[in-house]
Design a protein. Structure first.
Length: 403
């Protein structure tokens, strides 16, 4: 009974951490464009100038965070024996300090771009350590519900997109750094509460870890899985970020885009909330493979959707592709990698997804600039998801459970 209460208590705190983190992630990532347009207009410069610089900054921030995540896992956590909560606290402290400076440099284009880029890198870098923290509890016999917690993160993302959008449109985009700063300060509460109830973490860092250079030889399946993950996220990213363009190409409107995004958001929740039950029916290998198949099916369905209504209906497949893949991939690495390598493994998942995201935006933008019709991009989507599924399937066949 006492263990059940502790599990629910820890799950609630960890879910709160995920909720606040993804609200912060959404606020800075989704509304950064509004802030930069506001800043560029205030300086009397053409918006196109700011758009190009902003696009370059976003790509660089994603790439830098993708390299920082495994570096921190391997170099800092291993060398200095820092706990995951300590890493999150350090990253969040630096985030708060960088956000504190932003309101004072809104009228300085280059400094604003640099300062905002640092904030974004720090927030993106936190993600795998927040995921790994959940599995650290699970591995120390505190079976928190990771699916429910990650689902809370999706709710935080959805709610912040509505609330922050409302605040910025009613008042001014200049308040964005202040909003993200408030969320950053709130993040300290669940992290410190988890730190006080997780003394085991400090000792867990003493286990010898595998160097990243040796990781691929120790786990022969790893490279194929990560290539497959990145391929799926190339598709997922251009479908998500360029959905408006794809709908327009099929005769859709901005109203259709809003409905499509709402369906995708709501479809994520059941799969994430009930994943802890699904993992009892079949193991993580099955669900990763299952979700990869549905990424491929979704790409075909999107290609065959010749009307806005049909394109919107493909969003229901979010529940069997992306929504299943996120918890399943995290569980997979926790199950099949040695506990000492789990944090680095979670970092590599996030890094490969991030790289896939950057490539997805670049490739998607290239196709839409080059071709009038969205059809060539959708054909590419079928090819890249098919390749991703084959790569993941081959990697999974090589896996054997860690004793």
């Amino acid at each position: 009974m006492e263990n059940t209460i502790q599990t629910k208590h820890t799950t609630f705190i960890y879910a709160t951490l995920q909720f606040i983190y993804w609200a912060m992630n959404c606020s800075i990532y989704s509304f950064a464009g509004m802030l930069f347009i506001y800043a560029v207009k205030n300086q009397g410069k053409p918006i196109s100038n700011g758009t190009l610089s902003f696009g370059i900054m976003l790509s660089l921030a994603n790439l830098i965070s993708a390299f920082l995540q495994p570096y921190i896992s391997e170099a800092i956590i291993k060398k200095y024996h820092y706990s995951l909560t300590k890493i999150i606290i350090i990253l969040n402290t630096l985030t708060s300090l960088s956000l504190l400076i932003l309101p004072f440099i809104l009228n300085s284009g280059a400094f604003l771009l640099f300062g905002f880029g640092i904030s974004l890198v720090l927030i993106l870098t936190m993600q795998p350590f927040i995921n790994a923290l959940g599995f650290d509890f699970i591995n120390h016999n505190i079976p928190i519900n990771f699916g429910v917690s990650r689902g809370a993160g999706s709710i935080g993302f959805a709610l912040s997109s509505f609330v922050v959008g409302l605040i910025l449109s009613r008042y001014s985009p200049k308040y964005l750094p202040l909003i993200v700063l408030c969320l950053s300060l709130l993040l300290f509460v669940p992290v410190l509460l988890l730190k006080s109830s997780s003394h085991h973490q400090e000792s867990s860092q003493d286990v010898e870890k595998t160097k990243m250079t040796l990781l691929f030889s120790k786990y022969p399946f790893l490279l194929e899985l990560l290539i497959g993950f990145s391929s799926l996220f190339i598709f997922h990213t251009f479908v998500t970020s360029l959905l408006g363009h794809l709908l327009t190409g099929r005769g859709g409107t901005s109203a259709n885009l809003g409905i499509a995004l709402m369906i995708a958001g709501f479809c994520e929740l059941p799969a994430m909330f009930f994943f802890s039950s699904l993992i009892k029916i079949k193991d993580s290998k099955y669900w990763v493979n299952f979700s990869a198949i549905f990424f491929f099916i979704r790409s075909i369905a999107l290609f065959l959707a010749f009307t806005p209504s049909l394109m919107i209906s493909t969003q229901f497949l979010q529940s069997t592709s992306f929504a299943l893949f996120i918890p399943a991939s995290a569980y997979l690495f926790n199950q099949y990698l040695d506990p000492s390598d789990n944090t680095l493994g979670q970092s590599l998942i996030t890094a490969t997804m991030t790289i896939g995201g950057v490539l997805g935006n670049l490739i998607g933008s290239f196709f839409l600039r080059t071709f009038i019709s969205p059809t060539p991009l959708l054909i590419f989507g079928i090819i890249v998801t098919g390749f991703g599924f084959i790569s993941i399937h081959c990697g999974l066949k090589k896996m054997t459970a860690t004793p």
